[in-house]
Design a protein around this ligand. Sequence first.
Ligand code: FMN
Length: 171
Amino acid sequence: MQRKVDVEKALVRKYPEQVVLVTTKNKAGKDNVMAVGWVAIASGEPVMFVLGIDEQACTYQNIIETKEFVVSFPSEKMAKQTLFAGSVHGYNRDKIKESGLRIQQGSIVNAPILIDSVANFECKLVEITKPGDCPLIVGEVVCAWENTNKNLKRLYTVGKNHKLAGVRVKK
Ligand SMILES: Cc1cc2nc3c(=O)[nH]c(=O)nc-3n(C[C@H](O)[C@H](O)[C@H](O)COP(=O)(O)O)c2cc1C
């Protein structure tokens, strides 16, 4: 049975929601990382991601500037770093260094990939559109990486106020 409720109340039922870390490198060469929950596949061939990223985010400015970024799927072991990446702006901070996230150079884009993530996708900006109050950034995947450890669990937001946890996938 369904009952009509406020949108906000029904939205609490959406969890678990995936969370990704988006890395960028600005033109001056400074790396940054932010947490993004509003993420989905936007195209299958070629593969594209769509990310909802606020204009105030340093990441948004870096993407406008460089037209590239990396979508990284954190493992459940990265909850602390993901919360940190999602709670501080990177304009005057070095969030990658401060959080201890391990990085390596990608193949095609200049933004770093995260060594301990489950998978990384290097993306080139395709377009930015704004159908509502949040800019949607569409990026085409130009190179993909997976962790050699197949047993890593991905991190998800499992409840309100950025409650993060691993989600078990049945094999
Ligand atoms: C779990 C989680 C999910 C988040 N999802 C989004 C999101 O989808 N879009 C967004 O603009 N900000 C989101 N945020 C907030 C940003 O990560 C936060 O504003 C961050 O400080 C921006 O970093 P930057 O300014 O260095 O780019 C999220 C934060 C957390 C903790």
